[in-house]
Write a protein that binds this ligand. Structure first.
Ligand code: SAM
Ligand code: SF4
Length: 377
């Protein structure tokens, strides 16, 4: 298959410690790191024939904590990928970084290695919240990291979480303001997924007073969105805001169903009409790649029915929404009368809106998007 603007994701699972809320596939045991980096390159070779002819215009080094790698390892990893996949000179190359790893030297080395965008896991700019979830950085360290990245001229994104223990309306709005004032061009705000972590789930059940309630989170989300708009950020996807021209090219591919390949433990991909995922177990990943096999947990064709569903539930995530004809054909053909009724209600109540020949979430609708999207999954 030949794809002109494909994406390449690489999962780097190593972390210095595990944060209380995190459910990504990570390890705090770095002893296999060099073996892992060789395995990722070997896996890229296994894909070489499939990727041949395609041009990649985005690479995303995600984790885990890619910024924990020595700078030389980032350089040789990117060089190894470039020698096996056609990665354009102007490709967006993002590295996820934890604030404590962002030093002047590290930033310079990432840039020399070909990284041109850094996504920083700020999470909050309040020390009480950061220590409540076991982050290794404090607010001062996050601010220093953002400042040094701003000076570097690299594109910078910052992640925040709404719903953290000890978070108040004041502290949340101050985190948003502080992040924007640091000069980032892109902001991601995630609602804390408490059910992804046993520790957080149990703590929230035992001590709910430590957490902003769901109603309060909804209120804060709306206020934040309005605040970001006045600061010049466009709300282009449910959890993502960007200054003009600063949208994440790679992430956009997931919502537009543009083909992406995935390397590394637990990595997912959409390629040649198939959805595939690598195994989530590190030893199994290493063993299979070293034996010369793709370490796939599943490899399934996307049926036309699934493709139609994906187009709707991924397309509705972005501000442009989806073609009205697409969603209406689907809702009608589905045969589920309640889905049609719900669709009409969402439009009538201003959860969804029709703009020309597109249907999209309203700003208020984004808040309850989970309910709507789950009907199409
Ligand atoms: C791959 S993760 C971690 C990146 C980086 N290692 C860090 O910790 O900053 C990317 C982002 O997902 C978000 N995230 C992780 N777990 C989450 C959870 N349980 N609920 C909501 N957001 C979460 C965080 O904002 C995080 O920055
Ligand atoms: S949030 Fe980041 S640093 Fe913390 S465990 Fe998850 S991937 Fe690692």
């Amino acid at each position: 298959m030949t794809v002109p603007g494909a994406g390449l994701y690489v999962h780097l699972p190593y972390c210095a410690s595990r944060c209380g809320y995190c459910a990504f596939v990570v390890t705090t045991d770095g002893s296999s790191r060099d073996r892992y980096l060789s395995a990722v390159e070997r896996e890229a070779s296994l894909l070489e024939a499939e990727a041949a002819g395609s041009a990649f215009d985005s690479v995303y080094l995600g984790g885990g904590t890619p910024s924990l790698l020595p700078a030389g390892a980032v350089r040789s990893l990117l060089a190894g990928l470039r020698s096996r996949c056609r990665i354009g000179e102007n490709a967006e190359v993002t590295l996820e970084a934890n604030p404590e790893d962002v030093t002047r030297d590290a930033v310079a080395a990432w840039r020399d290695a070909g990284v041109n965008r850094v996504s920083v896991g700020v999470q909050s700019l309040a020390d009480t919240e950061l220590s409540a979830v076991g982050r290794r950085h404090d607010a001062a360290k996050a601010r220093a990291a953002l400042e040094s990245l701003a000076r570097s001229g690299l594109a910078v994104s910052g992640d925040l979480i709404l719903g953290l223990p000890e978070q108040t309306p004041e502290s949340f709005h101050a985190s948003v303001a502080g992040l924007c004032d640091s000069g980032v061009g892109h902001v991601s705000v995630y609602l804390l997924e408490a059910d992804k972590s046993k520790t957080i789930e149990e703590d929230r059940r035992r001590r709910p007073e430590r957490y902003p309630s769901d109603d309060l989170q909804a209120e804060l989300w709306g206020e934040m969105s309005a605040d970001l708009a006045t600061r010049g950020f466009d709300h282009y996807e449910i959890s993502n805001w960007a200054r003009p021209g600063r949208e994440a090219r790679h992430n956009r591919k997931y919502w537009s169903r543009t083909p992406t390949l995935g390397l590394g433990v637990s990595a997912h991909e959409l390629w040649a009409g198939r959805r595939r995922a690598n195994v989530a177990n590190l030893e199994s990943y290493l063993g299979q790649v070293e034996a010369g096999r793709r370490p796939l947990a599943f490899d399934l064709p996307v049926t036309p029915e699934e493709a139609a569903r994906e187009e709707i539930f991924l397309g509705l995530r972005v501000a442009e929404g989806v073609a009205a004809a697409r969603i209406e054909t689907f809702v009608t053909a589905d045969g589920d009368v309640s889905l049609w009724n719900d669709y009409e209600t969402w439009l009538a109540e201003g959860v969804l809106e029709r703009r020309g020949d597109r249907v999209r979430f309203t700003e208020r609708g984004f808040l309850i998007s989970n309910v709507v999207l789950s009907r199409f999954v």
